[in-house]
Design a binder for this molecule. Structure first.
Ligand SMILES: NC(=O)c1ccc[n+]([C@@H]2O[C@H](COP(=O)([O-])OP(=O)(O)OC[C@H]3O[C@@H](n4cnc5c(N)ncnc54)[C@H](OP(=O)(O)O)[C@@H]3O)[C@@H](O)[C@H]2O)c1
Length: 210
């Protein structure tokens, strides 16, 4: 699969490297002339390459959003036509002051993304943990759960494959309307780990009775 990452920092860099090493054609979009994070991320895998933003997006089947949420309102509208019909994996989280929901829990960040990209097939994924858990692709015992949601079934199936390639069990929690609840789950994780003293390698598992 052709995958473009917009954002190659704490979140984008490890995911891009895992997916490149799993055999996908992964590009890191350069939105400015020189990006330190893109340069550092390229060092993670010889299979990664960088392309200017428009070219990276044009060539991709799947575009992963991994920039600060505050960038999206200006970053995405010029890309809306190019992203029409593509799978857009939204890893961003609107986190507001005091570790509260950045959109006052009135709507999800992913709904905000979908509004900016009306013809894209938005899936929220890779958002419920801190970056530490994205670095590790191997876990003792069963893989941890990666909850994801979206309205387009083929887009979700493609995303589930990417989640598996990054070492997680994909757990489809429903339509994009569930994104608000995933974002609150993220806030729970952040509050537990960043403020509450839990390990950053805390992850969730889904257990099913036989
Ligand atoms: N950190 C976590 O633990 C974590 C976990 C899950 C989800 N998230 C979410 O994932 C997103 C990324 O977080 P992060 O920690 O990876 O951030 P980060 O380390 O600061 O990396 C941000 C990336 O976005 C790029 N970027 C910044 N402004 C941009 C713009 N206007 N246009 C294009 N690219 C831009 C940066 O490029 P330059 O270096 O060139 O500026 C960098 O590659 C956030 O929405 C965050 O809420 C974070």
């Amino acid at each position: 699969m052709q995958i473009a990452f917009i954002g190659a920092g704490n979140v984008g860099a490890p995911l891009a490297a895992h997916l490149a090493e799993a055999g996908h054609a992964v590009t890191l979009a350069e939105s400015r002339a020189a990006s330190d994070t893109v340069a550092r991320a390229l060092g993670r895998s010889p299979r990664l390459r960088a392309l200017p933003l428009a070219e990276a997006v044009e060539a991709a089947d799947v575009v992963v959003l991994a920039t600060p949420f505050s960038t999206l309102a200006t970053l995405l509208p010029p890309l809306a036509d190019r992203l029409a019909g593509k799978v857009v994996v939204d890893c961003t989280n609107p986190v507001g002051p005091g570790l509260r929901h950045g959109l006052h829990s009135e709507r999800s960040g992913s709904a905000f993304v979908q509004d900016l990209l009306p013809a894209a097939r938005v899936v929220k994924a890779f958002s419920i943990y801190g970056f530490e858990n994205l670095e590790d692709s191997t876990w003792a015992g069963a893989p941890p759960a990666m909850l994801f949601c979206g309205d387009d079934a083929p887009a979700k199936a493609a995303t589930a494959d990417l989640i598996r390639a990054c070492g997680f069990e994909p757990v489809d929690v429903g339509g994009l309307a569930q994104a608000l609840h995933l974002e609150h789950m993220t806030l729970l994780w952040i509050r537990m780990v960043r403020a509450g003293g839990h390990s950053p390698h805390l992850a969730w598992a889904v257990l099913r009775a036989a």
